[in-house]
Design a protein around this ligand. Structure first.
Ligand code: LLP
Length: 415
């Protein structure tokens, strides 16, 4: 089949800007964010949760897309921010996020990171373990709001590397060890224990699992707040039918009504479901090789989208400069990194691709840029936000000078 996207120009436009223009102006690989779509999706979460549970807060799990422009858009649209370490905290503060709207995560926070968070005056720290309480006992000079991460005992139906709520999870404390940690916080004059946190995993397509997690943590006790994490799955491929944002909110709020105190604050921290579908990555075709297979090789790969290897994430792609042409073959869309797992799609339907065509990989807003790396000396791609026919560069492409900058000066040659 074909999909109807064209405006008659024969090429895909994102936020009103044609892909050929984007690829020429900014180079490829290029992460492109449809800013209107992004902001609409944020408002669905913020307004949707507030309508169902007024004492609530939506945090953006910024690990999914930690770009300063993203923090700013999130903050402007009423999201609070979840950071997973010192680097993300720096980016959030640089974006002008109100520190009291930042929650700090991590199962191995260092003294330096905790100090940075305390000095910034963050809204809450999500405590993972008792060693972290030892550190906080040493470091606290003022009252600090804390949540405790607990393991809800839900084996999420998702890729193993994306499941975080099962009994053997490295994140948080088992329910039967929570009581002691909570007692320690309650006894400390500067620790303000504000409730419990859970997160069962990512790309979860069954809303019953979120409800089960809420039910399980209610057994720990009655608290002022419950952060039930992120994890809602999104649609990557034509066949997938994930729950809508509204179905997800209905499910967790129904479970909260049944199991949590009516006056408790309910927090969620979605990442992927906020940003994934607002992003598209553009690549250029470098080579088309016809062996038994048709290999369409592009100028990126797992260096800019690690999840094709890490979680076997599946995607759809379009030959974006020729969207009106019929799909005549099924290709192996592959990257340029030295790994056989560096393949975007096994069996992508396309018109016969040519060198320099522009390929658009859909739904790459989450966990692509953030996991980009320098494998094979790859340079981290640029990011543009597009809106109303205007493209705005928000992260520029890494340069070879930057690639070299962290290395000690070259050693004098031997002999
Ligand atoms: N809260 C916590 C504590 C998390 O660890 C995460 C994601 C989220 C919220 C947001 O989850 P989301 O709504 O985005 O599913 N490496 C994997 C993704 C790992 C997700 C990590 N934690 C991937 O690239 O797909």
């Amino acid at each position: 089949g074909r999909i109807e996207l064209g405006d008659g120009s024969g090429e895909l436009a994102i936020g009103g800007v044609g892909v050929t223009e984007l690829a020429e102006r900014f180079g490829t690989p290029l992460h492109v964010v449809d800013e209107d779509g992004l902001r609409r999706q944020i408002r669905r979460f913020v307004d949707g949760l507030r309508a169902r549970w007024p004492r609530s807060e939506v945090l953006f799990a910024s690990k999914s897309f930690p770009a300063v422009a993203m923090y700013r858009a999130a903050h402007e649209e009423g999201l609070s921010i979840d950071v997973a370490g010192g680097g993300e905290l720096q980016l959030a503060l640089a974006a002008g996020v109100d520190p009291t709207r930042v929650h700090v995560h991590g199962n191995a926070k260092t003294d330096a990171e905790l100090r940075m968070a305390l000095d910034a005056g963050v809204g809450a720290i999500i405590v993972d373990n008792e060693d972290e309480l030892d550190r906080l006992e040493r470091l606290l000079e003022r009252p600090q709001s804390l949540l405790l991460r607990v393991i809800p005992g839900v084996e999420a139906e998702t890729h193993a590397s994306q499941a975080t709520g099962g009994r053997r999870s490295k994140f948080g404390l088992p329910l039967d060890q929570a009581e002691r940690a909570i007692a320690r916080m309650r006894a400390h004059p500067l620790m303000e224990f504000a409730g419990v946190h859970l997160h069962i995993g990512s790309q979860i397509l069954n809303t019953r699992q979120f409800a089960e997690a809420v039910a399980n943590i209610s057994s720990v006790g009655e608290f002022a707040g419950y952060d039930v994490g992120g994890g809602l799955g999104v649609r990557y491929t034509y066949e997938e039918r994930p729950p809508s944002v509204e179905e997800y909110l209905d499910a967790i709020v129904a479970a909260a009504r049944e199991h949590l105190p009516a006056d408790a604050k309910l927090l969620i921290e979605p990442g992927r479901s906020i940003v994934a579908r607002a992003g598209v990555t553009l690549y250029r075709v470098v080579s088309v090789k016809r062996t038994g297979d048709v290999f369409v090789a592009v100028d990126g790969g797992l260096a800019d989208n690690l999840d094709i290897a890490l979680t076997d994430q599946r995607y759809e792609a379009l030959l974006a400069n020729r969207i009106d042409e019929p799909w005549t073959e099924s290709v192996q869309l592959v990257g340029r990194q030295c790994e056989s797992g560096d393949r975007f799609i096994d069996g992508a339907p396309m018109p016969a691709a040519r060198v320099d065509d522009v390929v658009a990989l859909a739904a790459t807003g989450a966990y692509a840029y953030t996991l980009s790396n320098n494998y094979n000396g790859a340079l981290k791609p640029a990011i543009v936000f597009v809106r109303d026919g205007e493209a705005r560069l928000v992260v520029r492409r890494e340069s070879y000078a930057e690639l070299l900058a962290t290395h000690a000066p070259a050693l004098p040659s031997a002999g």
